[in-house]
Design a protein around this ligand. Structure first.
Ligand SMILES: Nc1ncnc2c1ncn2[C@@H]1O[C@H](COP(=O)(O)OP(=O)(O)OP(=O)(O)O)[C@@H](O)[C@H]1O
Length: 631
């Protein structure tokens, strides 16, 4: 048997940095986030240590818990960022007064890649109060510097230490003579080509971008001038009541962090209180398919300003600012794992929004109406998909109707317990709108996108809400018929009219209806309508395709009913036609009325109908001129 030699894997640090820079992080500027994050974790660790120490002391000395809490609260975390030098001699120093690193910590955590003092038993699922867990974040500094220098003094031991690491994987450690303050200082010297990331404005922007909500001061010192970069205490953000009472400040925060001037918002908070935020209502209407980009802070640090999955899909009219301490970020820290926890949080935040909508519907209807008007089309699209949303919003949706544009709640009231009548197409609505309005009949135009689908679904969400689709033929049922004498009197004229309309598979009927100004009403069955559009297509297509259509047409033709042209005897012109005796004149008038009705109903006319129109117009001109000569 041959001898087996055992070797250790070697890590090519340069290669790893390349992977981080080009494949994990979206921009080199994330090094600021990683350092701020480490500082935050170090401050948290120091706070926790003080708390445990105070607790064990209080147990020994029998102090009250309040004494313990106040003792652990008298420490204030702080981060100072300093820029010095110029060009490629620029140095960025980040100092925190956190827990610091002991000599042993340096060997265990700082010098071994992938080793972290912060992870729990299970790297991905166990929870800690820290943001970091992978033990790779500090490497991001090599994207902008050829050396990382860490000066540190642990709260646990008095020795001040220096660690210097290079991207080739070498590092040095030494004890310092001077005594440093407790905490850590990181020094980065600008790497050629990275000058941009050391510009004071850039550093300031990045510190604000990632750390605006950090609960301790982050100070930036440039040319001897020191200013706080992050927002002064925003702990009130976590309390929905405070958010409501600080309306102006919240809207201002929205502008500073999200760059948009919002005018309204909904406070968010899950039952556990571990996730919450502000759901800003978009002040402009948005496409339902546009990305929903939310801004999420994990333990006060920005994780992503492009998080799509923290709110339900339907909350497209909202742009939110979310804080959480429970969601699991990915290693790039730019997204969250799509896991059960995220599912639960998303649904709880969705419930907050729903409840607020319901609350508004009850107590602030004007506010709700304003939003709906802004986002109505997208909200209707959502309501078609989501019954729960439809249930909340339906009564605020507006529809065109013969009573004007009204909210559904008003229309339901007007209908007084009777079914709501609606047309399925805009053309059908156009055909009957005058007639229905003149007869004070409530008809809703369901022809616009989503409207008839919503009307169709109403009885699913409320069994008392009945709807009925109406066709123009149904409206004709409300017309007044003629007396027996009138029937006899107008029988011959009607026969002439029928004969004139026969080639168009249309029949004439004589009724009385309102408004008197409307001479005729054209109604057509669905089959007849299909046949009409097929005929129209045949006229416009190639012979091969028209053969196919012809055979389809033959099938439909057998079933297709006639359309009907209702003449309105209450209309003075129609009344005069029925007094006429000249058959030619009656025929021409009928044809004119027919094409006029088609145009009013927006039906495309076929070739023979256009010819008909031409003929009858010429006929009337001729007749008019002849009449003129006679007088
Ligand atoms: N400012 C600091 N104060 C104290 N310890 C620090 C500081 N910065 C880094 N460390 C130590 O160095 C270790 C490695 O840091 P690094 O940023 O690489 O990883 P991490 O923060 O643990 O995890 P992640 O890769 O998820 O950010 C940390 O676990 C911590 O022990």
């Amino acid at each position: 048997m041959s001898q087996t030699d055992e070797y250790r894997f070697q890590v090519n640090l340069g290669g790893m940095i390349d992977i981080l820079a080009n494949h994990l992080y979206s921009s080199p500027r994330v090094f600021i986030r990683e350092i701020l994050q480490n500082a935050t974790d170090a401050i948290t660790a120091r706070k926790e240590l003080r708390k445990t120490e105070a607790e064990s002391r209080s147990l020994k000395e029998d102090n009250t818990l309040e004494d313990t809490a106040s003792e652990s609260n008298d420490y204030e975390g702080k981060v100072i960022v300093e820029l010095s030098g110029a060009g490629d001699q620029q140095v960025l120093m980040i100092q925190d007064n956190g827990i610091g690193l002991s000599e042993e910590d340096i060997h265990r955590f700082l010098s071994i890649i992938g080793q972290s003092s912060k992870k729990g038993a299970d790297l991905l699922t166990s929870e800690t109060s820290f943001i970091g867990r992978f033990g790779i974040g500090l490497l991001s500094c090599f994207m902008v510097s050829d050396e990382i220098v860490v000066l540190t003094r642990s709260v646990k031991e008095g020795i001040s230490m220096e660690w210097r690491g290079k991207p080739d994987g070498t590092y040095t450690i030494r004890r310092l003579e001077t005594e440093l303050p407790i905490g850590t200082q990181i020094y980065l010297r600008c790497k050629p080509g990275s000058e941009f990331y050391y510009e004071p404005a850039q550093v300031k922007d990045s510190l604000f971008y990632y750390g605006a909500l950090l609960p301790y001061p982050v100070l930036l010192s440039v040319d001897g001038e020191t200013k706080q970069v992050n927002l002064p205490s925003t702990s009130w953000m976590q309390d929905p009541e405070q958010l409501r009472s600080r309306r102006g400040e919240v809207l201002d925060l929205g502008y500073r962090l999200m760059g948009e001037r919002f005018s309204d918002f909904i406070p968010l908070r899950t039952a556990s209180g571990r996730t919450g935020g502000i759901a800003f209502i978009l002040p402009r209407s948005v496409n339902l398919n546009s990305k929903r980009l939310h801004r999420v802070y994990l333990k006060h640090m920005l994780v992503s300003d492009k998080a799509e999955n923290v709110l339900p899909e339907w909350a497209f009219f909202i742009k939110s600012l979310i804080w959480t301490d429970e969601l699991q970020p990915t290693a790039s820290r730019e997204y969250f794992y799509e896991n059960e926890q995220l599912d639960a949080v998303r649904s709880e935040l969705g419930t907050c929004i729903r409840q607020e909508l319901l609350r508004m519907a009850e107590y602030e209807p004007d506010r709700l109406q304003h939003w709906i008007r802004l986002h109505e089309l997208s909200m209707k699209a959502l309501a078609v998909e989501d019954d729960e949303f439809l249930r909340i919003m339906h009564r605020w949706f507006s529809f065109e109707s013969t009573f004007g544009r009204r909210e559904l709640s008003e229309l339901i009231r007007e209908a007084g317990g009777r079914p709501l009548h609606y047309t399925a197409t805009v053309d059908e609505y156009r055909q009957i709108t005058h007639v229905a309005a003149a007869q004070s009949m409530l008809v809703i135009n369901g022809g616009y996108i989503y409207d008839s689908e919503i009307l169709d679904k109403l009885h699913w969400i409320d069994a008392t809400l009945q709807t009925e689709r109406l066709s123009p033929e149904d409206v004709s049922l409300s017309f007044t018929g003629l007396t027996q004498e009138e029937h006899t009197k107008y029988y011959d004229v009607l026969r002439v009219m029928d004969a004139a309309l026969q080639p168009m598979r249309c029949r004439a009927e004589l009724k009385r209806f309102e408004p008197a100004s409307l001479p005729v009403l054209y109604t057509i069955s669905q089959d007849a309508l299909t046949l009409r559009s097929m005929e129209h297509t045949v006229e416009e297509t190639t012979s091969l395709f028209s053969n196919v259509l012809d055979s389809l047409k033959a099938g439909v033709q057998q079933n297709a009913g006639y359309s009907t042209l209702y003449f309105n005897l209450s209309n003075p012109v129609v009344a005069r036609i029925f007094e006429a005796t000249d058959t030619q004149m009656i025929t021409a008038a009928t044809e004119m009325m027919y094409v006029n009705a088609l145009m009013m109903g927006h039906y495309p006319m076929n070739r023979s109908e256009l010819g008909l129109m031409n003929r009858s117009v010429l006929h009337f001109i001729n007749w008019g001129l002849g009449n003129g000569q006679n007088t």
